[in-house]
Design a protein around this ligand. Structure first.
Ligand SMILES: Cc1cc2nc3c(=O)[nH]c(=O)nc-3n(C[C@H](O)[C@H](O)[C@H](O)COP(=O)(O)OP(=O)(O)OC[C@H]3O[C@@H](n4cnc5c(N)ncnc54)[C@H](O)[C@@H]3O)c2cc1C
Length: 411
């Protein structure tokens, strides 16, 4: 049989364990935080418990202290973690740290793994990623920050960055800068590991955004920082992946991150739909329960379809990843779809809650304002759709049909 949707027993078991973990530990801890509990000791205790149960860094190989899950089991786990703000954090698999751990594992020197990766894997430190600048985002090759060799053992960086998520809670920054303006476009940039705090890497502010900020926003997400980089000295041994390798490493990193956001979106959308149904089964208008109204049932049907497609996409991508197949086209399609999917489902849940949905008495309003960013981060919709569309044309020219670029390459 070519495709089998039976989930292996171990993957099912771990998914169930994580589901229980999120419901029994993370969601109650989230409530304690909102009620005023101190974040650091609470997260420390939660992480200790998670680790004791073997719930730690899901996709990191066992020899590095992780769970060593493959793409399918990891996808199933991530699809549960997104239900709580503390889900991913409790298992040390939060962005932007998680994708950067992968980059360090793949491209780090022994020195870098010992000094920078180990404390990240242990949950002792956090890392942020500084690529985007006011000067350039979607087309990152427009970055202006310069890194110039200073003697044999140092680089000097000058420029600016913005929207570096979690920079204000990070102990390390991964900074991209132009090392060779004369090289081909994608080989001009390199990546540097920068220890924080650092006088050369000055956080000017956390940029106010449209996202509703609750008591947890800054401590959990750490905001999105605008940064001045001025005479920032970086030892040459902190150059990650060699000169000119910054861009290809960044893309590798983002490819994973894109999928992780989408996986968390499934959990959030599922929780929103459950909340919506929980509400309409109790609410009566014009003498009839809302759940008896066909118009309302249609709305639920649309949400269920969105979630179903989302799950199938992620399972298909996990299947391809398990087999080492090329999944770039599916990744780009799913990135865009999953960002819109969560928006539609949360929006419907708000609608069905009425004014309560618009209020801040449920998490829906805050979710709504946070997820808008997903159509921008890790490449805006249009850039992914541009690549996807080009691949559709390429497939037609190569095979006389677009099927292979439209999810049909396994047929
Ligand atoms: C919440 C949040 C968190 C972020 N976190 C980080 C982080 O941790 N580290 C980091 O380095 N960056 C981060 N970013 C930056 C993010 O990656 C960029 O915002 C994104 O790549 C878009 O770049 P830009 O904002 O400069 O938009 P621009 O590049 O100016 O593009 C503006 C708009 O133009 C359109 N557009 C662009 N190119 C094309 C095209 N070829 N065809 C058609 N339309 C196009 C799109 O609609 C796009 O939204 C974050 C952003 C947000 C909102």
């Amino acid at each position: 049989m070519a495709i089998d949707f039976e989930i292996p027993a171990e993957a099912k078991a771990i998914r169930e364990k994580v589901r229980q973990w999120v419901h029994d530990e993370c969601i109650p801890a989230e409530k304690k935080l909102i009620a005023g509990a101190d974040y650091k000791p609470l997260l420390g205790e939660l992480r200790k418990k998670a680790r004791a149960q073997g719930l730690w860094c899901p996709f990191i190989p066992k020899k590095h202290g992780g769970m060593g899950l493959g793409p399918l089991a990891n996808a199933l786990v991530q699809m549960e973690l997104g239900e709580s703000y503390l889900g991913a954090l409790s298992m040390n698999t939060q962005g932007p740290d998680d994708a950067t751990m992968l980059t360090l594992l793949e491209h780090g020197t022994e020195f870098q793994k010992e000094k920078f990766l180990k404390p990240l894997l242990n949950g002792e430190k956090r890392i942020c990623y500084s690529m985007t600048e006011k000067a350039a985002g979607a087309d990152a090759t427009g970055m202006q920050t310069r890194a110039e060799k200073s003697g044999n053992d140092k680089y000097m960086l000058n420029g600016e960055k913005w929207f570096s998520s979690a920079a204000s809670v990070a102990d390390i920054a991964l900074v991209m800068a132009k090392t060779d303006p004369g090289a081909p476009r994608h080989q001009q940039f390199s990546t540097f590991l920068v220890e924080l705090p650092n006088p050369g890497y000055r956080i000017k502010r956390n940029i106010p955004t449209m996202a509703l900020e609750g008591p947890l926003s800054h401590i959990l997400g750490g905001g999105h920082a605008e940064i001045e980089i001025k005479d920032l000295e970086v030892p040459a041994e902190n150059l990650l992946g060699g000169e000119g390798g910054g861009f290809s490493m960044g893309q590798h990193r983002l490819a994973y991150g894109r999928l992780r956001h989408g996986m968390h979106n499934v959990a959030m959308a599922q929780r929103a739909l459950d909340m919506a149904v929980g509400h309409i089964t109790k609410r009566t208008t014009f003498g009839k329960k809302l759940d008896e109204r066909q118009a309302v049932q249609f709305m639920l049907a649309d949400c269920a379809s969105e979630l179903y497609i989302a799950r199938l996409m992620l399972l298909h991508i996990a299947y391809k990843a398990e087999r080492g197949l090329d999944l770039r086209q599916e990744n780009g399609i799913a990135k865009v779809f999953l960002a819109h999917m969560v928006h539609k489902v949360v929006d419907t849940a708000i609608q069905l809650h009425g004014a309560l949905g618009y209020s801040r008495d449920t998490p829906l309003a805050a979710w709504y304002t946070h997820i808008r960013s997903q159509r921008l981060v890790d490449g805006p919709d249009e850039v992914h759709r541009w690549t996807t569309g080009r691949n559709v044309i390429k497939a037609f020219k190569a095979h006389g049909t677009t099927a292979s670029a439209a999810g049909g390459d396994l047929l």
